[in-house]
Design a protein around this ligand. Structure first.
Ligand code: ZN
Length: 299
């Protein structure tokens, strides 16, 4: 068992706002390469309206095809009832869902107030548990919002505690806007862990202001051992101006392995995935380690 688990979200958070719609065969190949590199959790897509987000239109097909995979926790993002039904019929055993604790961000993102979105999430958790699906529930904008500024810690804690009570077994603190700092990470992780000790905690960090890795270290030192990442740092968000992607998976692997913390991931095989993403997208991605390895020609 690795000491730290990285959930790669390249295929979901990474691709969802790209202009390019990757063909199914490429997605499958990227999944297989991530798996071969030792990535233990892969978020393969979201169950959203394919007319609105064509990049995610084949999530059902991908989940179906990955039904026999046992060495990777395959997960998908669910936003509403219809999405949950699709996840169930595709045979998914684990889902991710999340609500924004910022009213303004929530309205822009899902056209619902934060309170309405939370009620919907609670209902989805109950339904998923009844269908024998495990749930990770998250709070977006947990460390601040570009529209509203500071976010009340109490609102984050309340949303997460209620989702745990409804049956979520893992709680995710998402720095959607990249506004978190290491001190804040330690503070909020400590509070959530004290109030909901039964739930596993994970962090979803965007590197918008360059603090992604620092925040990851702070989270690890505060006791978090599950982190969301994306290959090459792919990703962004149209509702958050200037947003960068998640911390690059290969940079997180380098961080932890260099500190003597096992990730179970082979960085050279992982960087081959970054290279493939870069050639498919036709541009360089912001992650560092792929370039470092290439420059040193050690692979
Ligand atoms: Zn994100």
């Amino acid at each position: 068992m690795p000491a730290v688990v990285l959930e790669d979200e390249s295929l979901r958070d990474g691709l969802q706002f790209e202009d390019l719609v990757l063909p199914f065969s490429h997605k499958r190949r990227l999944f297989d390469m991530l798996r071969a590199a030792g990535v233990a959790r892969i978020q393969v897509g979201s169950f959203v309206n394919p007319k609105v987000v064509p990049q995610m239109a084949d999530t059902d097909q991908l989940v179906r095809e990955l039904g026999g995979v046992e060495d990777v926790l395959v997960t998908g993002l669910v936003l509403h009832d219809k999405g949950l039904q699709r996840a169930v019929s595709a045979g998914l055993n684990h889902i991710s869902l999340s609500v924004s604790v910022s009213d303004t961000h929530s309205r822009k993102n899902v056209r619902k107030s934060a309170a309405e979105a939370l009620e919907l999430a609670l209902d989805l958790i109950v339904q998923a548990r009844a269908a024998n699906i495990t749930v990770r529930a998250g709070a977006q904008c947990a460390f601040g919002c570009v529209y509203e500024g500071a976010v009340a810690e109490a609102a984050v804690v309340e949303a997460l505690a209620r989702m745990a009570q409804a049956g979520a077994t893992e709680l995710n603190l998402a720095d959607t806007t990249g506004m978190a700092n290491p001190r804040q990470i330690k503070q909020l992780v400590g509070v959530v862990a004290a109030i909901v000790p039964e739930a596993a905690l994970s962090l979803h960090l965007h590197d918008t202001r360059g603090l992604g890795i620092a925040n990851m270290v702070a989270g690890y030192e505060a006791g978090v051992s599950i982190f969301d990442t994306s290959v090459g740092g792919l990703g962004g968000c149209p509702f958050v101006k200037g947003a960068a992607g998640n911390v690059a998976t290969e940079d997180a692997v380098n961080l932890f392995e260099s500190m003597g913390v096992a990730t179970g991931i082979d960085i050279e095989r992982l960087c081959a995935v970054t290279t493939l993403f870069e050639s498919l997208l036709g541009r360089r991605l912001p992650g560092r380690m792929n370039r470092v390895l290439a420059a040193h020609a050690i692979r």
